[in-house]
Design a protein around this ligand. Sequence first.
Ligand code: PLP
Length: 394
Amino acid sequence: MSAFVTPCFIYLDNNATTQVASEVFEAMRPFFRNQFGNPSSMHTCGGVVAKLLDQSRESVAQILGAEPSEVVFTSGGTESDNFAIRGVLDANPDKKHIVTTRVEHPGVLNLCRHLKRHGYDVTELEVDGDGNLDMDRYRASLREDTAIVSVMWANNETGVIFPVEEMARIASARGITFHTDAVQAVGKIPIDLGKSAIDLLSLSGHKLHGPKGIGAITIRRGTRIRPLIYGGHQERGRRPGTENVPGIVGLGRAAALAMEHMTDENTRVKAMRDRLEKSLLDAIPRTKVNGNRDQRLPNTTNISFEFIEGEAILLRMNELKIAASSGSACTSGSLEPSHVLRAMGVPFTMIHGSVRFSFSRYNDDSQVDLVIEKFPGIVEALRAISPYWSDSQA
Ligand code: PLP
């Protein structure tokens, strides 16, 4: 079962990206050379490929409980997020208000902040110390001129799950379009769009053992939305441009595999996450889990180790060939400490020492054993040279 991106690496950074499953890779391979036809062509070379695109669309629809006709392939989560928000605003020019949250992925948050600079009114809902939203405040934020609500299904940093189905019902009752960025949720928790009022959903291939640069958006029939880009007739004009055939085939296979592994994700993977979390909390003082532990993705834990730098922890872990990520500056690819942990009011001494461990089905118990064995020593060594730690002990 176990496989690593880099030989010998214990890869616990699966919310950043995942290894392409070997079945996915094999499914994609023919489409780079032998089956290179353009799905729009009249001849057989194209027709064969077009059929496989339809099969992939069905697989993606199935994992979401959507209709295949509602699935539109895109280049990934960021494009799907932009398509949802910009497309709805474009189709509803009289409505200038957007509701979102302070803890969204930059694919939503930076777009909303850009739109704010261009005349839109944006409400960013606050979260509490556990990363939860206040539903009364949410209800109160909705207005006559609200064009769209965009709220993520699960947070990429903490794994906290928002009640998006309930939020979508509330928006729908007010005639407001509801979008969810489900990039981290798809494949990890059950989703049934057929039973929900969610109008638009974003997903991304590389978070579920599919390839990078492919994703999808679901568009519920009847949703008022315009394309993000204009061109040919592909994806029924909703997302023009010659299709990324290997990517789409890979995403379809990845979605089918994720369905098969959903139980494993919510039992074995969750048990590994829980064991690591409990062991680190028991072994290391001044340590805290960030986010609501009951409403969380089964694969994610975000833990703060007070008075040390996340970067330093990650570097020591890297030397031991353990990959994870941090909510502090630089290592997360940005200059600012995590906007998610800041929005939750996590103190700076805790934000800086935060580490996110995110599992996948390719992890196993022997890897957890090794992290449990090595990690306390890393924290102890770093605290021994931390002036903040010695001050706190004085
Ligand atoms: N939304 C969330 C919650 C994510 O975690 C990510 C990726 O980190 C994205 C959107 C962006 O997806 P992509 O990398 O496919 O553009």
